[in-house]
Design a protein around this ligand. Structure first.
Ligand code: AQP
Length: 339
C-alpha cells in the first residue's frame, strides 16, 4: 500500500501518436474527467509527446495530433481550472527524472515488458532505444508528481507495476521513503477495447486499417459503417454473459455498449438476449453517435483556436512545474548530485 504521507493525487497521460480512438476514450479519458469529482488533492493529465516520438512521427502530424488530443481531453470534460493539463515536453523535469530512473530500472525488467514485444515484433533490433526505455520515462511521469493513483486501460497495467518496482528500488537503494507505490486504477467494462476486425487485438490509434477503430472525430455515417462492418460471428446474443466466452468480437461490442451507456455487460445481455447483429449493431452505432457526437463537435470548435490550446497547455505546464521542480530537486539531493 501507498504510505499514508502521500497526498492522494491522480496522474495519467496519453500519446499524440495519431487521432484519439474509442479505446482511449473508454479506457482512459472518460474516467479522467469523472475523477475530477472524486476528492483527490489534484488531477494531472498530460499529453505525452516525448512518448509519441519513440516511433517515427512526422513533425507536422505530431503537432496536429497534440492539438487534437488536447482538444479531445477538454471536450471530454477535463477542466483546466480543476485539473492540470499540459504537454510533457514543456516540463523538462520528466526527461530528467526519466534519466535517473534509467539508472534504477534493470534491463531484465524492460525485457519482460509485453508492449515492447508486441510493438517491436520480430524487428526489436531496429526499434529506437526510446521505445525500449519508454516504461522508465512513464515511471518518471507518474512519480515526478508523487501520484498515488493512475487511471489507465488494461494494456498499461504492466507499466504501472514497473513504476512501483522502480519506486521501491529507488527507496531501498537510497534508504528513503520518497516515492509512493502508485496504484493503477483499472475499472469499468471497457478497459481493453478490441480491434473491430480482430477481437484478439486491442484497438489502437496506429493500427493498420482505419476500419478497425472508431476515431473520436469520425462522423455519424462513418461510425455506423464501421460498426456494421465490424467482424462478428453468426450467432445471436446469448442469454448470459457466459455465452460470450469464446466469442471475442461479440464480447467486445457488448462491452463497448455497456461502457457507453454506463451500465454493465450483464445488463446489456439481459436486455438484448436473442438479438441478432442486424438489430444490435445499429443500436450500438446510434448510442456511439449520441455519446461521441457532442464531444467531436466541441473538439472541432476547440481545434479552430490553436492559440487558445497553446495558452492552456503553457499555463498547465507552469502549474505542473510548481509540483515537479521541488520533487526533482530533492531526488537529485538524495542521489548525491551537486547543485
Ligand atoms: N484499446 C484500448 N482499450 C482501453 N484503453 C486503451 N488505451 C489505449 N488503447 C486502449 C488507454 O488509453 C490511454 C492512453 O494510451 P496511449 O495513447 O498513451 O498509448 P497506447 O495504450 O499505446 O494507445 P494506442 O491507441 O494503442 O496508441 P499507439 O497505437 O500509438 O500505440 C492509456 O491509459 C491506455 O491504457
Amino acid at each position: 500500500m501507498t504510505a499514508p504521507q502521500f497526498t492522494p493525487r491522480v496522474f495519467s497521460g496519453i500519446k499524440p501518436s495519431g487521432g484519439l480512438t474509442l479505446g482511449n476514450y473508454l479506457g482512459a479519458i472518460k474516467r479522467w474527467s469523472d475523477m475530477q469529482d472524486d476528492g483527490y488533492d489534484s488531477t494531472i493529465y498530460c499529453v505525452v509527446d516525448l512518448h509519441a516520438i519513440t516511433v517515427w512521427q512526422d513533425p507536422a502530424d505530431l503537432r496536429d495530433a497534440t492539438y487534437e488530443v488536447a482538444a479531445g481531453l477538454l471536450a471530454s470534460g477535463i477542466d483546466p481550472s480543476r485539473s492540470i493539463l499540459f504537454n510533457q515536453s514543456q516540463v523538462p523535469e520528466h526527461a530528467e527524472l526519466g534519466w535517473i530512473f534509467n539508472c534504477v530500472a534493470r534491463v531484465g525488467w524492460m525485457n519482460r515488458m509485453t508492449q515492447f514485444k508486441e510493438k517491436a515484433g520480430k524487428n526489436a533490433e531496429k526499434q529506437s532505444l526510446g521505445l525500449y526505455a519508454y516504461p522508465s520515462l512513464m515511471a518518471a511521469d507518474i512519480l515526478l508528481y508523487h501520484a498515488t493513483h493512475v487511471p489507465v486501460g488494461e494494456d498499461q497495467k504492466q507499466h504501472v507495476e514497473l513504476t512501483r518496482d522502480i519506486a521501491q528500488k529507488f527507496n531501498n537503494d537510497y534508504g528513503v521513503d520518497f516515492f509512493p507505490l502508485t496504484e493503477p486504477v483499472i475499472e469499468g467494462p471497457a478497459m481493453r477495447v478490441m480491434n473491430l476486425r480482430d477481437g484478439t487485438k486491442k484497438m489502437s490509434k496506429s493500427g493498420e486499417s482505419d476500419m478497425e477503430r472508431i476515431n473520436m472525430l469520425d462522423d455519424a455515417d462513418t461510425i455506423s459503417k464501421k460498426f456494421k462492418k465490424a467482424r462478428t460471428d453468426p450467432e445471436p446474443l446469448p442469454e448470459t454473459l457466459e455465452g460470450l466466452k469464446d466469442r471475442p468480437e461479440a464480447r467486445n461490442l457488448v462491452d463497448i455498449y455497456a461502457a457507453l451507456s454506463d451500465t454493465t455487460p450483464e445488463a446489456v445481455i439481459t436486455e438484448n438476449a436473442g438479438a441478432g447483429w442486424g438489430q444490435f449493431k445499429p443500436a450500438l452505432a446510434d448510442l456511439a453517435v449520441a455519446k461521441l457526437g457532442p464531444i467531436s463537435d466541441e473538439m472541432r470548435r476547440l481545434m479552430d483556436d490553436k492559440a487558445e490550446i497553446e495558452r492552456l497547455l503553457r499555463t498547465g505546464s507552469d502549474k505542473a512545474r510548481e509540483i515537479a521542480s521541488p520533487i526533482l530537486r530533492r531526488t537529485y539531493e538524495i542521489v548525491g548530485l551537486v547543485r
